[in-house]
Design a protein around this ligand. Sequence first.
Ligand SMILES: Nc1ncnc2c1ncn2[C@@H]1O[C@H](COP(=O)(O)OP(=O)(O)OP(=O)(O)O)[C@@H](O)[C@H]1O
Ligand SMILES: [Mg+2]
Length: 163
Amino acid sequence: MGYFDEKEILLNVHDLHVSFPLTEGTVRAVTGVDLQVCRGEVLGLVGESGCGKSVTAQSIMRIIDEPGRIEKGSIELLCSDGSVVDVASLKPNDPRLRQIRGAEVSMIFQEPMSSFAPVYTIGKQLMEAVMAHTDVSKREAKEIVVDLLDRVGIPKAAKRVDE
Ligand SMILES: Nc1ncnc2c1ncn2[C@@H]1O[C@H](COP(=O)(O)OP(=O)(O)OP(=O)(O)O)[C@@H](O)[C@H]1O
Ligand SMILES: [Mg+2]
């Protein structure tokens, strides 16, 4: 394989172990996951209910529910500034996690009815992520959001943002 054929690894999960220590006993949710995602690649995780797909994804975002914790392994992420961060080793309050979430890695949650707040408009919830990571004005953020909705094929995007 020549130099230009080398794949650029964006995400490298190695030997990931995640457990939930409960009073009834410890749930070993993830036991030794290895995976890599290269630039331009789409990776699907397939497996029976409860096998650890969501907990693996939550680990990458570092949003595992209490008392769950990463016991072992690394989650190396190539960030857009060229740095590689081991997300698994960061403290929960590390400011780098706020930069990563929503900018480098995002998650589309399984249950839209419970993961979106019904009191906020679609536009407001999407604009929040744009404004948290860029210094655009509210108006520009809204334009970006309308454009994004339009690009993914949402009909009448300019109207939808206010619903
Ligand atoms: N907050 C939690 N507290 C205790 N155990 C948990 C918690 N979240 C997940 N688990 C356990 O971790 C294991 C993996 O769950 P996970 O939600 O990752 O499964 P999944 O592969 O995403 O399943 P599904 O296909 O149903 O979405 C399961 O045994 C589950 O019961
Ligand atoms: Mg799941």
